[in-house]
Design a protein around this ligand. Structure first.
Ligand SMILES: Cc1cc2nc3c(=O)[nH]c(=O)nc-3n(C[C@H](O)[C@H](O)[C@H](O)COP(=O)(O)OP(=O)(O)OC[C@H]3O[C@@H](n4cnc5c(N)ncnc54)[C@H](O)[C@@H]3O)c2cc1C
Length: 447
């Protein structure tokens, strides 16, 4: 073990990828997580991992765990569809198929990914440790303090504690996170023959988006896994995947089963006051009340959602922060560059940060760089690409409350233009190919 000891606050996507990378490199690391157990918390549902994220996981995770990650992904979506609120398919693009573990798009359930990332890290992750503040020691160390009165000391403190980061609030108090003025409501519906029939076939087989009047938007994901309702490997899944799933201890903590995930969003102004405090049936009722003209099948999916899975999210973004003088405290993921889900790259960017910081700290282990130079080199790269992703995520899919889509009259014209764009693109093979190439090229840009 190198003498370097790294303290990570937050056992989320980025923090755990970093912890694996460091441990694999023989660098001492401890992760402190406020949740009490590995199965606590609602962490959302589907997350799309692109080649950038796959590459980071491939580089940081032990080989067998990376294989377990790929084995536990949901079936890859075959189509990207655009549906109207009347359930008509305006466009359906076939997505490229790839078995390549890195150069492919993967659909992952957040709880499953969390369980994969926690696998084999029992000695590294400390649960029930809510970070409160840090102090620097005269000897160059940094000490993190927790709400239970305990503390931990290391050479480097990494904030991987997400959008509400307490570390960021102390370290970069001028950094701003703000609501975009859009609220999303997300829920899961169990896949059954009845719920399956509520979506067009191509939507069941893929990812679909619905742009609707009044700036309403809905994303539909269908998540089918290789294990059944009882957690047993499904018939027909064979070979290595079946073996990996069967011996993966994470499945014991993961109650994920096949589901349809919908995420409905609109300008916050369109929601009733107090919506952020609602849960369950009350929240489903809000979505149903806002969508009286939607097709009965789509409304049936809103109605069929498991009430316990239904929660609201205020969509947030961050303001670019000017580079700061590097120290033995640094940040990764949402803790520094929270972005809207517009481009679906928040988790991928957190994973990229983890890979990059691991590489820089390996240079410290090898005596090729000082700790502060390594942190400075990491931040010099991470800040520009992180905030570039923040900007292009905000420009996408109406996740900004100021977007013309949310304006009363202009919004209708924008919606009409958007539908025309998809109809024309869908009808002309060369445009179809370009659309799919652009979609996948963007997502793969950082690999
Ligand atoms: C609706 C929605 C859809 C999205 N879809 C996608 C997508 O398809 N693709 C994609 O790439 N990204 C997506 N994202 C973004 C992605 O979820 C995040 O960017 C990603 O999870 C950030 O990872 P992280 O490690 O920075 O933080 P998180 O994964 O949020 O982890 C933070 C961890 O820190 C812990 N923590 C917080 N405070 C403390 C404390 N005081 N002390 C100790 N621990 C603490 C938390 O409990 C948590 O475990 C989406 C986001 C939203 C809102």
């Amino acid at each position: 073990m190198s003498p370097l000891h790294v303290i990570v606050i937050g056992a989320g996507t980025g923090g755990m990828c970093l912890a694996h990378g460091l441990r694999r490199a023989g660098i001492s690391v401890a992760v402190y997580e406020r949740d009490r157990t590995r199965a606590d918390g609602v962490h959302g549902y589907r997350v799309g991992i692109d080649p950038t994220g796959n590459q980071a996981l491939g580089e940081c995770l032990p080989r067998e765990l990376f294989d377990t990650y790929t084995a536990t992904c949901a079936r890859t979506p075959a189509h990207f569809n655009v549906l109207t609120e009347r359930r008509r398919t305006i466009a359906s693009f076939r997505l490229p198929e790839s078995d390549d573990p890195v150069h492919s798009e993967r659909s992952v359930s957040r709880m499953t990914l969390r369980q994969v990332l926690l696998t084999g890290m029992e000695d590294v992750v400390h649960f029930g440790k809510a970070f409160t503040h840090y102090e620097r020691g005269a000897d160059g160390t940094v000490t993190a303090f927790f709400a239970d009165g305990t503390s931990a000391t290391g050479d480097l403190l990494v904030a991987a504690d997400g959008t509400g980061s307490r570390v960021r609030r102390q370290y970069l108090p001028h950094a701003k996170i703000r609501d975009t003025g859009v609220i999303a409501v997300s829920a899961k519906v169990a896949v059954t023959p009845e719920t399956r029939a509520l979506l067009p076939d191509e939507a069941f087989d893929g990812i679909s988006v619905t742009f609707a009047p009044r700036g309403q938007f809905c994303i539909w994901h269908v998540m089918e896994f290789k294990w059944d309702r009882d957690g047993a490997v499904k018939h027909g899944v064979g070979g290595n995947d079946a073996e990996l799933i069967a011996r993966w201890p994470g499945l014991l903590y993961d109650n994920t089963r096949d589901y349809i995930n919908w995420g409905f969003s609109a300008s916050a102004r369109r929601f009733p006051p107090g919506v952020m405090d609602l849960r369950g049936e009350d929240l489903k009722r809000v979505v149903l009340d806002m969508t009286p003209n939607w097709h009965p099948d789509l409304r049936a999916l809103f109605r069929a959602a498991d009430p316990g899975s239904c929660f609201p999210i205020a969509i947030r973004t961050s303001e670019p922060v000017a580079p700061w003088k590097s120290t033995n405290v640094t940040l990764l993921g949402d803790a520094v560059h929270t972005m809207t889900p517009g481009r679906g790259v928040g988790a991928n960017t957190a994973l990229r940060d983890a890979m990059l910081l691991t590489r820089r700290l390996v240079a410290v282990r090898d005596g090729a760089a000082s700790l502060l130079d390594a942190v400075a080199a990491y931040e010099a790269q991470m800040i520009p690409y992180g905030f570039a992703r923040v900007a292009d995520s905000l420009a996408q899919n109406g996740t900004n409350g100021d977007d013309p889509l949310h304006r009363p009259v202009v919004g209708r014209a924008v919606l009409a233009a958007n539908r025309m764009f998809f109809r024309v693109t869908n009808g002309i093979p060369a445009l179809r190919r370009k659309f799919v190439a652009d979609l996948t090229a963007y997502r793969a840009a950082d690999a």
